[in-house]
Design a protein around this ligand. Structure first.
Ligand code: PLP
Length: 439
């Protein structure tokens, strides 16, 4: 067929819009979305990717399967708890329910008793103070980066000149996809005063760098890397003494967000310890080890927290009602998928993995899970996976449910650590289908 004939034979938009299935879809989807799907299919036919006869059925099927958002639910079979590309922490049932309930009108800024305006975030604040008794005050912003931005900006206002932030060279990190915390801090106009070396920084290095333009001392968790061997860094307690001598605020950016030490991750710093050691402000993310929604938590001394809360930038970085609701639910309830995956009983994980291997005819191999998302760098979480040929990974990803396994050294590894046990049967069925198709 010559090209012009082909073009003429593709059903026209007005004909397609009049199809009963398309009209019915208009109850659910708006016209712009429907037209976009129609032209996408027409273009595929024009490009010869689908036959002309398939145009109408393809549109009907796409309209039928169009979900509310283009974000597709995924089963995380990588063994990485806080998987940055998969939305970091999955929310607990309580947090999901809180989001649904907060979706409509809520009393986020109204006292229902008096009918008068109230402060937003009081519930989450109370929950955070209960979970972290060493904190005098708290503030919640959009994410960890926003918390750091606000802290650095607000503390700069206390000092003269451009305001220097003193930070160890061993803590100048890039946290992912080219995002450097140092760039974030210097966009505020503050200057970084780097001290020490990559592997070793001493208290005297900080002390020597302090001048009348210093705005704060900053300690940053190295998150996604670890320096081993001849190393030394300065503890928060020692920095506290120095900060007191010079009346400087001490900010500690922990990244991960454990409230208290976790025996499963002995080297991972926690909020309580950092506050007791004397940090004025501790910064963590809500969607890393805390297992909540994206948020930046700032905990610490009243005066320091209030300096941030009163800064005009705080309004630009505030969280929405959905985040406040999910965060409060995460903190006040016990069930938490990240916590469960971190503390999974190894025998139970092994048993589930063996059952899966038996169901699909694969072998069990040792496989270490990881915290991910910049938590507990290099720390293995010993466990198991089933081993499949590498070419299973793509069809598993593209299937329903979408399953993301780990591709490593020419193998496709399915790790159940971050998968809810109730999904094990669906995973087995999906693997069987893929293996049958690949056979
Ligand atoms: C992850 C991380 C951040 C950024 O937090 P987001 O919530 O991703 O914005 C900042 N500092 C450290 C040390 C981190 O690990």
């Amino acid at each position: 067929m010559v090209e012009s004939d082909l073009r003429r034979s593709i059903p026209r938009t007005d004909h397609l819009l009049a199809l009963p299935e398309v009209v019915a879809a208009g109850e659910r989807l708006n016209q712009a979305t429907i037209k976009a799907i129609i032209s996408e299919v027409q273009n595929a036919a024009r490009a010869g990717e689908i036959p002309v006869a398939e145009v109408a059925p393809a549109i009907t099927s796409k309209l039928g399967s169009r979900s509310a958002s283009s974000l597709a639910p995924v089963l995380n079979a990588t063994g990485i708890l806080v998987h940055t590309n998969l939305g970091r922490a999955p929310l607990s049932p309580a947090a999901s329910q809180a989001i649904t309930e907060a979706a409509g009108y809520v009393d986020v800024e109204m006292d229902l008793g008096t009918g008068k305006r109230s402060k937003r975030g009081t519930g989450v604040k109370a929950a955070l103070l209960q979970a972290s008794p060493a904190a005098e005050d708290v503030l919640v912003v959009n994410n960890g980066a926003a918390a750091l931005l606000l802290a650095v900006t607000a503390m700069r206002g206390r000092s003269t000149g451009s305001g220097e932030i003193i930070i160890s060279r061993g803590e100048l990190i890039e946290i992912g996809a080219g995002f450097r915390l140092t760039d974030l801090m210097t966009t505020t106009g503050a200057r970084l005063r780097e001290v020490g070396t990559t592997n070793r920084t001493h208290l005297a290095d900080y002390a020597d760098a302090i001048s009348d333009v210093t705005s704060c001392l900053l300690k940053v968790h190295t998150s996604n890397f670890r320096v081993e061997g001849f190393t030394s860094s300065v503890e928060v307690t020692d920095l506290r003494g120095l900060a007191d001598e010079h009346n400087l605020p001490l900010i500690v950016d922990l990244g991960s967000g454990l409230f208290t030490p976790d025996p499963a991750l002995p080297d991972e710093p926690d909020i309580d310890t950092a506050l007791r050691a004397g940090a004025d402000l501790v910064i963590v993310s809500g969607d890393k080890l805390l297992g909540g929604p994206q948020a930046g938590l700032i905990l610490g001394r009243t005066e320091a927290v209030q300096t941030l809360a009163k800064h005009p930038l705080a309004r630009a970085l505030r969280t929405d009602k959905l985040t406040l609701a999910a965060l409060e639910a995460t903190i006040t309830h016990t069930a938490n998928p990240i916590h469960d995956a971190l503390h999974m009983d190894p025998n139970h994980l092994r048993q589930r993995t063996e059952e899966l291997a038996e169901a699909v005819g694969a072998t069990v191999v040792e496989h270490d899970g990881r915290v991910g998302g910049g938590g507990a760098p290099g720390v293995p979480l010993p466990g198991w996976a089933i081993e499949l040929p590498e070419d299973c990974a793509e069809p598993l990803r593209l299937g329903a449910p979408a399953i993301v396994a780990r591709v490593h050294q020419g193998r496709c590894l399915v790790d159940l650590r971050c998968v809810s046990e109730s999904e094990d049967n669906r995973i087995a069925a999906a693997i069987k289908r893929v293996r049958a198709d690949n056979a």
